[in-house]
Structures are given as structure tokens and as C-alpha cells.
Design a protein around this ligand. Structure first.
Ligand code: PLP
Length: 447
């Protein structure tokens, strides 16, 4: 399509036509009549999409079948040898997980193995347990339980991971937001909250390839987070969810400073809980997970968790360590994931670059992880999600990246391109940019 006012090529989502940014005509250089005509063009393309009966899904960060297939070797890997040293993994026991699985988690998280618990298929369960322990039981006797206080708030960098917010909501822990920046949470805001609000008792973090912005925290941010424990309430805890520790899209990937080393420097080991899992390395529904913290915290955690479970699935832990005897083998495996996932991110980013500019929104270019975070013009996220849904493209609900599902600016949308095949990702991205164009034009014309 050509721009209706100057005739220059104007890509309205038709693919894959080469697009020259030099010829792009910003929306704000159009008169009202031109905008009306442009909207008509976009609307008619949108209407024709309706007849295509699309059924596409960019909602959740799940691995694709091809990615899952990479780990099919887990099936049968034990060949009926269930022993992990002297431990028969088929039986009860080893409340902290088998030694080999704890060692792998220790390498991944950069902590001593005796400070790690290896768990079942969901690190989310371990996070839920950790928050519940802090809230309901207390890590240093019942007086330290958050729910003994008049109020307890956890800081949530936004946009963030919806299930962290759900844990807090479910357990009745209040949330207070701070903005995410390119180097991690706005640390001035975090430090100010910790200093001035005595109700602040925690901080959620996805430090590497953050969900959904893709940002990796800078060394300075990691150090400042580790230092929080020096001034915060003794029951203050950082929930360091390193879900995307080895999940690169770019080569080389980004590196994250060690929060453990920083805590040792500041003497704040008690203030941090670390988590990770193989959910997006092997099978999302049948992997293994880890939690790590100071020896004191871990001892209390073990007692608490063992009230709910005698031992995790040690057979599956053994399968995993047979497949990944060390971090190096796991990294080789993650390179295969990268090769499958990178083209999907490239496809979405190419479409965004071709069809949109800052008049329509801003988006992140992650070097890893599972998401692209898109900020539309304020007020438009819900409209864009609805428009996409009407033509058969499911997007993560507007507001999902904020506590209580409420994005005050109604502008953030999380795109998750990992699951569908590449052609479907391309199609969904075309629909997405078209919906952004339509919603933006509608808003501009209404103002
Ligand atoms: N943490 C983050 C930041 C995630 O994005 C996800 C899944 O999307 C999880 C945790 C879930 O991990 P698990 O499957 O180990 O519970």
C-alpha cells in the first residue's frame, strides 16, 4: 500500500514487502481527512481478516512441540537404574532432593549445593511456599511472620509476571509497584520505599531476560538489591526468580551478576530467595525446580515444605541429571532451543519495525527469555486485544502484567511468540500490527 497523502510505500501489514523507513510518513503529519482515509484502508484490511477464520495464540510463554521434542530422550534414560549413589530414587526420602540435582541447581544459581532444594516440576510452587512461609509462619519465629503486622507489602516491578502477583493476591499480601527500567527495577524508587514505608517486606525480581520486558538487571542493580537487606526490616525478602537463566535469543547472550556474591559482600544472605527450573529447558509440565537461600532460611523452608510433601519426584530429578550431568551440557541443549525460538522473535520484531513507529507504540528487543513487551499509546491495550480477538488472535489479557490485572495506563501488552509454528507467528504479528494501527487511528481521530 502507498501512503495516501504522499504516495510513498506505506506498509500496512502486507508481508513481506521491503519497507524503507526513509519513506515512512509519521501519523502526526497527516490532516484529519487523510487520517480518515488511512483508517478506512486499515479497516478494510482488518475486515477481510475476519473471513480468514484465524485461530492463533500469542498468550502464554510455552515451549513449542519442537522445543519439547529436544528432551524426549528423558523417556527411558534411566533404563531401570533408579539409584542415585546409595539413594533409591523410587522411594521416599531426600527431603531436599537428590544430591546430583541439588548440585546442578547450585551451578545454575551460583550458590553452594547445600543451600539448594531441588523440587518438583514447578518453581512457582516453591515461590508460593516461600511467600507463604514468610507471610504465615515467619522465617525467624512466628513474630517475624508478615501477617502478624498491621500491613505487609511486596514491591512489584511493572510490567511484571502475572503469577507472582497472583501468589501475593492469593495469600493476602499487598503489592506496591515500581517501574521497570532498561537496567532492572527503578532502584531509586525501590530504595525509597524500603526506607520510608515500614510495611514493605519484599521485592519480586525476574533478573535475567525479565518477564515481560526481557531486561537483564545491571551489575549495579544487582548490588543495590543485595544491599537492601542492610536497611530493610529483618523479615524483608527478595524473591529472585531466575526462570530464564540460560534462555538466550541473541549470541552471545547477556550475563547477570551473582546476587549470592553480592549478598556475601553485604552480609545479607538471609534477605534473598533464589528460584529456577527446567520448565523451558526440558518439559514445562514435567521438569525439575530449585530454591536456594541462606542455610538458616533453607532449614526452615525444609521443615515447612516437608509438612506438605515427604519428597519430590526424585526419579525425574535423576532423569534430568543423567541428561545434564553439569551446566555445560545444559548450555549446549539451550543452544538448540535458541535456534528454534530466535526466528520467531525476529519475525515479530521485523513486523513491528516494518509496520509501526513511535507514534504507535514502543517495544522491547529481548536478547533472551520468552516475551516482547509492547507499550501502545495510553488507553489502547484493551482495544487492541479486543480487536485481535475478534479476528481470531488471542493475546495476553490487557492488564495481566500489572498487580490485580490493572494497568493504570492501559497500554502494556505481552507478546509470547514461542509456541506457534513460525508461519503462525508471522501471521499473528501481522494481525497484531494491523490492530495497533487501527486502534491508534481510531484514537487519533476521536481526539
Ligand atoms: N517465573 C517466570 C518469570 C515465568 O515466566 C514462568 C513461566 O512462564 C515461571 C516462573 C514458571 O516456572 P515453573 O514452570 O518452574 O513454575
Amino acid at each position: 500500500a502507498n501512503c495516501i497523502c504522499c504516495g510513498s510505500p506505506y506498509n500496512l501489514g502486507t508481508t513481506p514487502t521491503p519497507f524503507s523507513r526513509e519513506n515512512f510518513v509519521p501519523l502526526n503529519q497527516h490532516s484529519n481527512d487523510e487520517l480518515l482515509a488511512l483508517r478506512q484502508q486499515v479497516q478494510s484490511r482488518y475486515n477481510s481478516l475476519k473471513s480468514e477464520g484465524l485461530q492463533l495464540d500469542l498468550t502464554r510463554g510455552k515451549p513449542s512441540s519442537a522445543q519439547l521434542d529436544l528432551s524426549n530422550g528423558l523417556d527411558g534414560i534411566l533404563q531401570a537404574n533408579y539409584m542415585a549413589g546409595a539413594v533409591d530414587t523410587r522411594n521416599y526420602g531426600s527431603p531436599l532432593g537428590i544430591a546430583e540435582a541439588r548440585a546442578l541447581g547450585a551451578e545454575l544459581l551460583g550458590v553452594p549445593a547445600d543451600q539448594v532444594l531441588a523440587g518438583g516440576n514447578a518453581s512457582l510452587t516453591l515461590m508460593f511456599f516461600a511467600v507463604m512461609l514468610q507471610n504465615n509462619i515467619g522465617c525467624r519465629g512466628s513474630d517475624s511472620a508478615w501477617n502478624r503486622r498491621a500491613a505487609a507489602k511486596v514491591i512489584c516491578p511493572v510490567p511484571g509476571y502475572d503469577r507472582h502477583f497472583t501468589i501475593c493476591e492469593t495469600l493476602g499480601v499487598d503489592m506496591v509497584t515500581v517501574p521497570m527500567t532498561d537496567s532492572g527495577p527503578d532502584m531509586d524508587a525501590v530504595e525509597s520505599l524500603v526506607k520510608t514505608d515500614p510495611d514493605v517486606v519484599g521485592l519480586w525480581c525476574v533478573p535475567k531476560y525479565s518477564n515481560p520486558t526481557g531486561c537483564t538487571y545491571s551489575d549495579e542493580t544487582v548490588d543495590r538489591i543485595a544491599a537492601l537487606g542492610k536497611t530493610a526490616d529483618p523479615s524483608f525478602r527478595v524473591f529472585w526468580d531466575n526462570a530464564y537463566a540460560e534462555h538466550h535469543i541473541a549470541t552471545p547472550g547477556e550475563t547477570l551478576a551473582s546476587i549470592y556474591d553480592a549478598c556475601l559482600r553485604h552480609g545479607t544472605e538471609d534477605s534473598v530467595w533464589q528460584f529456577a527450573s527446567t520448565s523451558k529447558m526440558t518439559f514445562a509440565g514435567a521438569g525439575i525446580s530449585w530454591a536456594a537461600s541462606s542455610p538458616g532460611n533453607l532449614a526452615t523452608f525444609k521443615k515447612f515444605v516437608n509438612a506438605a510433601i515427604i519428597g519430590f519426584d526424585h526419579v525425574n530429578q535423576l532423569r534430568h541429571v543423567k541428561m545434564f550431568p553439569n551446566l555445560e551440557t545444559l548450555r549446549e541443549h539451550m543452544e538448540k532451543h535458541r535456534q528454534l525460538i530466535a526466528p520467531k522473535f525476529e519475525a515479530v520484531l521485523r513486523q513491528l519495525d516494518e509496520d509501526l513507529d513511535a507514534d504507535y507504540g514502543e517495544w522491547t528487543r529481548p536478547a533472551g527469555g520468552y516475551f516482547i513487551s509492547f507499550d501502545a499509546q495510553p488507553g489502547l491495550a484493551q482495544r487492541i486485544v479486543d480487536l485481535a480477538s475478534e479476528v481470531g488472535v488471542k493475546l495476553t489479557p490487557a492488564g495481566a502484567t500489572f498487580p490485580y490485572g490493572k494497568d493504570p495506563q492501559n497500554q502494556n501488552i505481552r507478546l509470547a511468540p514461542s509456541l506457534p509454528p513460525l508461519e503462525e507467528v508471522q501471521k499473528a504479528a501481522q494481525v497484531f500490527t494491523l490492530c495497533v494501527q487501527l486502534a491508534t487511528l481510531e484514537q487519533k481521530l476521536a481526539s
